[in-house]
Design a protein around this ligand. Sequence first.
Ligand code: TYD
Length: 205
Amino acid sequence: MSKGKGKFIVIEGLDGSGKTEVINRLKKDFPDFVYSREPGGTVFGEMIRSVLLDSKSKKVPPLPMLLGFMSSRASHVQELVSPSLKKEVTVVSDRFDTSTFAFQLHGQQNRNLEKIFWFLRKNIIKELKIEYIYLRITPEIARLRSKNRDGNNHFDKQTKDYHQRVFKGYEHFFKKIKCFKIDASKDKESVYRDVYLHVKKLVNK
Ligand code: TYD
């Protein structure tokens, strides 16, 4: 699946890592790519997204929440990512499974769900090759940058400790899974230049 020209590129990072700006600039520089997000990416995925991010879902237990994110992901992969790659079209996703690992398992302290996470991950991604780009910032910097952002959802309105755990989740995941790591505490221009050059290299391979 990954042997064609299309790549599956995932942009991951804490809130405030500059993910949104990077993706907006990629959209201008690579207009032929497909851009999607998680949760979401398909009609079904977007419907699940609105349920998962609704404040009424705040008290839903960990397992149904995890399955919700995984369900959206399975739809995203089967209905959008794989068909695009087959047509040799590159897909860029704003978040993917690292977010589940970091938020649901580490942030919300449900490490007991790790086995289920890896099992479902394996069954959802199968042979899919994922090119992760990790915009790495510390939670301290993330907090400073996120302070003035509007539209925060119930995942954002959390304590310092929570964000510290989410960060640890990111670090932990990328110790196991290969990624292209960028120091996103640098100035915006150099962060974007690193992303741009890496993406260019990936699609020219
Ligand atoms: P969004 O408004 O898109 O946030 P951001 O701009 O930071 O990406 O909302 C997505 C939220 O969903 C974000 O707070 C992280 C959360 N999330 C999870 O908790 N688990 C997941 O698996 C994914 C993909 C996202």
